[in-house]
Design a protein. Structure first.
Length: 318
């Protein structure tokens, strides 16, 4: 049974006159940094192979990742959360049920080659999103040089061939001297596989990586994963991460049936914050999740006349 318990403390209108249309693109750009979708709206780059391919340390048939936790609790290292969306080659469709098989070294740069520690597979949800929590991989020697910290991925869209590659992290001093991670053009171009990690304020690094592979899924409106700038948008959701409550400011640009709801990472609705006919205006809602709502990632989704105009990822912590 899904919980739909959302508590709306108030719905406040503020003046639309402060909303300058000229500011909207900038506002949307700022929001993109918090959005689960790609940071560049116009970029659609098919995910490339890694020059080193699978590497020597893959173990077949890893277990399923439970509760998004790849690393066991107590695993030494810096906590890290990687999430993103899997789409088809022209980024027009999100791919549900794609298998995302990951493995990486532990904090000391060692692989578990006898069992499945830090090895597992997950599937994208109904909206094509995946997420897993782990620790930042340590570096290991490859000849005389350390390989940059990396995560191995095998991505398989339903009915399609597997793409095997590796993910790296911006600022890693070993990237320029690594034979694979330093490649910035051609078949093994790694430049779209080097992502930024940000501390979420509680010591956990967060990174977003969208994966583009051969596959079939559900149609994405060209703009809907980011924002329909002409219909409405979520300006802000904060604090993020949040504990007891999160304040969401959104704008409706035309009178419409407006929905604002919270979904968990599996794509299940956990709260309905707004569902009514609203006039064009700016609104503010506070969500105070009940005690049964676990910590983790949530998506706040704004719909206008049932068209999803904006997703925003937030995380609940203690
Ligand atoms: Fe490796």
């Amino acid at each position: 049974m899904k919980s739909e318990k959302g508590r709306r403390d108030f719905l406040k209108k503020t003046s639309l006159t402060t909303l300058s249309l000229g500011l909207l693109p900038l506002a949307s750009q700022q929001l993109l940094g918090n959005d689960l979708s790609t940071n560049d709206v116009n970029a659609c780059n098919p995910t490339t192979l890694d020059y080193y391919g699978e590497g020597p340390f893959y173990t077949a048939n890893p277990p399923s990742i439970v509760n998004n936790k790849l690393a066991k609790s107590g695993e030494t290292g810096t906590p890290m959360i990687i999430s993103g969306r899997v789409t088809n080659l022209d980024c027009t469709e999100a791919i549900p049920n794609a298998i995302v098989d990951v493995w990486h070294a532990n904090d000391a740069g060692q692989y578990d080659n006898t069992s499945y520690n830090l090895r597992g597979q997950t599937k994208t949800n109904t909206q094509g999103y995946y997420v897993f929590e782990t620790i930042k991989p340590g570096k290991y020697l490859n000849g005389a040089q350390y390989r940059p910290s990396h995560i191995h991925f095998k991505i398989t869209a339903p009915g399609k061939t597997t793409l095997t590659t590796q993910l790296y992290f911006k600022g890693d001093t070993s990237i320029p001297i690594d034979a694979a991670a330093s490649i910035n053009s051609g078949t093994y171009d790694a430049s779209n596989r080097i992502i930024e990690l940000k501390d979420n304020g509680s010591g956990t690094l967060e990174g977003t990586w969208d994966i583009v592979v051969d596959g079939d899924g559900i149609k994405i409106d060209p703009n809907s994963s980011v924002v329909h700038i002409d219909k409405g948008m979520i300006y802000e959701a904060g604090p993020n991460p949040f504990s007891d409550e999160i304040r969401i400011r959104f704008g409706v640009f035309q009178g419409a049936e407006v929905g604002l709801a919270v979904f968990n990472i599996q794509g299940n609705k956990v709260a309905t914050l707004e569902s009514s006919n609203l006039q064009a205006d700016k609104y503010e809602v506070v969500w105070q999740p009940d005690s049964g709502i676990p910590n983790g990632f949530y998506f706040i989704a704004l719909t206008i006349n049932d068209l999803q105009v904006h997703y925003l990822k937030v995380s609940k912590i203690d």
